[in-house]
Ligand binder design. Structure first.
Ligand code: HEC
Length: 157
């Protein structure tokens, strides 16, 4: 629960910081919707700032390390799609998309631990956030020993 709450803090940060940065020029990878996908991760407390449902997509290059740990190979990618919540027959289901984020292992991005971090609007347009302050620092704090990947495969299914 704590981890999911943190993720949504991030959502608030991106919305508040529309500053153009280099990482903001990279497009979302094509076809990520076909990658292996987590079950829905949900925060149903409406009073919480962190209200929402998200899914994590993982590409095949990242999967081995995601399961076993260690350092991710170049080209590993994670995409998270965040939604609001709708009630359907008393059950929470994903509502409107609110944001998309990407991590891609790319050694050129030295100042963010060898990962490209990028945030996108629900339509997939770069939202132009500062990846060091608004992404890297939180990932470094939460997952210094997992190559900056916070979620776990164990929570996936
Ligand atoms: C306040 C802390 C925080 C900030 C800031 C933050 N994240 Fe995350 N991020 C998280 C947490 C917590 C998760 C794990 C969510 C889960 O368990 O499903 C996560 C997961 C991810 C994932 C899936 C891979 C992984 O690490 O599990 C990506 C991709 C991602 N974030 C990208 C970004 C990007 C890009 C930014 C900046 C635009 C960003 N994050 C900013 C906390 C943060």
């Amino acid at each position: 629960m704590k981890r999911i709450i943190l993720m949504t803090v991030a959502a608030a940060i991106f919305a508040a910081a529309p500053v153009a940065m280099a990482a903001g020029t990279v497009s979302l990878p094509k076809g990520y919707e076909k990658w292996e996908k987590s079950k829905q991760q949900i925060v149903t407390d409406k009073k919480s700032l962190f209200y929402g449902i998200h899914y994590t997509y993982v590409n095949s290059k990242a999967m081995k390390t995601y399961k076993k740990g260690g350092t991710y190979p170049e080209g590993s990618m994670f995409v998270v799609v965040q939604h609001g919540i709708r009630q359907e027959g008393g059950k929470p289901v994903p509502g409107k998309k609110s944001m998309i984020v990407l991590m891609k292992k790319d050694r050129r991005y030295k100042e963010t631990g060898g990962w490209l971090f990028a945030g996108y609007t629900p339509q997939g347009k770069p939202s132009g956030i500062d990846p060091v302050k608004n992404c890297y620092e939180c990932h470094l704090k939460d997952a210094p020993d997992r190559d900056l990947v916070i979620s776990r495969y164990a929570d996936f299914r």
